[in-house]
Design a protein around this ligand. Sequence first.
Ligand code: NAP
Length: 312
Amino acid sequence: MNLIDLMGSSVTVKVLNGKKLSQIVQNQLKEQIAFSSGKAGRPPGLGVILVGDNEASKAYVASKEKSAAKIGMRTFDYKLPSDASFSDVAGVIQEFNNNSGVDGILLQLPLPPHLDAAALLELINPLKDADGLHPYNQGLLMKGQALLKPCTPLGCMLLLDLAYSEASLETQDFDLSAVKRSDLSGKHAIVIGRSILVGKPIAMMLLERNATVTMAHSKSPDIKALTRQADIVVAAVGRPGLVRKDWIKNGAVVIDVGINRLPSGKIGGDVAYDEVISECSAITPVPGGVGPMTIAMLLSNTYQSFNSKIGI
Ligand code: NAP
């Protein structure tokens, strides 16, 4: 919680600490894995495919593998050169599909431009689709029945549940089970951004929770007028500081997905955090909000695939 003093009157704002929540999710997964690995006779396995030398991708993959190892998950690692062919990558996916020790497959994006990412993602067994990006799972998401859901939107939903929960990460005895799946009946949510990776799946998940959902994008006029009516604002755009204080209805919950490199070299979100914080009831910081949740949800998806296979 943050107590913000606005000209004498104090308003309590929940700063949704994704770094802390991600760690708590991973600690819980570690305990679950210790128990179920013993029963299954093997740990859950995550197959990771990295193509090329993109520095950011290399860092993401290293951090995902480190986090997997920390919770007792086995990783299977394939690093392919940037000139790898479609069939080289397809061959690795097939190998992971056939490997019974691999429960989740991560094809790190973006791929070098000569590779068709959508066609490669389609080759992943939907039951091992750790990123939830296979068209089969995306189709099921539309029906509210996805086997595995995209990681960043899943992380946003857990942060949203935390925003509406009585539970506070600040307390010593914080218990994840106290964060209930929130029913968003009567709430108006706006999602700014309509990408297949973030905006569209978040909108589907909000709809599943009974929110009334508006989607905005680069062709939407007067987004400010729309956000001013919203109880929940999700910004997934990639434009630093786009969402300003006067866009926000008092007491709204603000989830900032954006990751932008600022001229100062720092990372900032799509929301002008320093001014919006005085208007909202809960907000995710950048960095340390949605970003760290993505990795926790990747591990959680992999554990879920493992669990459904071994039936514990
Ligand atoms: P994307 O594929 O580039 O999509 C951006 C969306 O924003 C598009 O739908 C675009 O509209 C819309 N848009 C662009 N300018 C706009 C404007 N001025 N007003 C309203 N809408 C506008 O990006 P993405 O993959 O969804 O990612 C969005 C942001 O989230 C990026 O900063 C990215 O780095 C970040 N991200 C973070 C995580 C995480 O783990 N925290 C994960 C993934 C992405 P059109 O469709 O009309 O072009």
